[in-house]
Design a protein around this ligand. Sequence first.
Ligand SMILES: [Zn+2]
Length: 290
Amino acid sequence: MDLKNFFNKIKSEITQKGQKQNAELIQTQSHWIKCPSCSSMMFFKEVENLNHICPKCNYHMRIGAKKRIELLSDKDSFIELDGELQPTDPLRFVDSKSYQKRLEEALHKTGRTSSVVSGECSINGIAVQLVVFDFAFLGGSLGSVEGEKIVRACNRACEKNQGVIIISASGGARMQESTFSLMQMAKTSAALRKLDNAGLPFISILTDPTFGGVSASFAFLGDIIIAEPGALIGFAGARVIKQTIGKDLPDGFQRAEFLLEHGSIDMITDRNDMKKTLSDLLKMFYKDVA
Ligand SMILES: [Zn+2]
């Protein structure tokens, strides 16, 4: 069975199992969770109601694409596009397990065939193209499908005279697609250049974690680059850098606050203030928006 047929089969199975999965989800959500930063124990529902921000230490926990879209877009305004794009396995890549097996597992886990959800929505009444990474799908890695979705969002923005917002949460380029994934860095950068030539804004939001080929391409090409508090952002991991240069790294290295202090990003915005910040910034770019 080829990958496309496989994905379609799994998708229909997921729909059939929907009720069972919902029940399992409710069960999971009734659990206690521990804040990764201050170790406080909290009831899952409480944290969920606080948009997964720790009430004790303001730690911004990782959230999925669905929740991000819900928090940023006007109610029922988001329309997903290009959701039908599915990855192929041109290299038939195998390491400890095959790429096809990893894709199957990621699909079972998330119900999606890509680490990116993209589409159109309005943010406090302003229409934009929104691209959201989900770390739960193969570490939010950038493969051919993800790159293509970003390019299509940029092209739509140029046609419709809109801005683009990309929310990154990614370990970097997807190694299982090798050069095909590395090419997405150039491809997305070129599409953003077209957007820039058209005088349209690109706002890049970096969340925990944003690394590798993603931070080395589109994520740092934003007209405005915003990070969530405490987000870990960099190219190579701290351990690799420490081993390479043979020196201890400064406190808070690769945290959003460190990057702001050193001029790599423009601002840090709390998750709960992000929607208003985005619409304020978009109004600045579009003079005709009230
Ligand atoms: Zn905490």
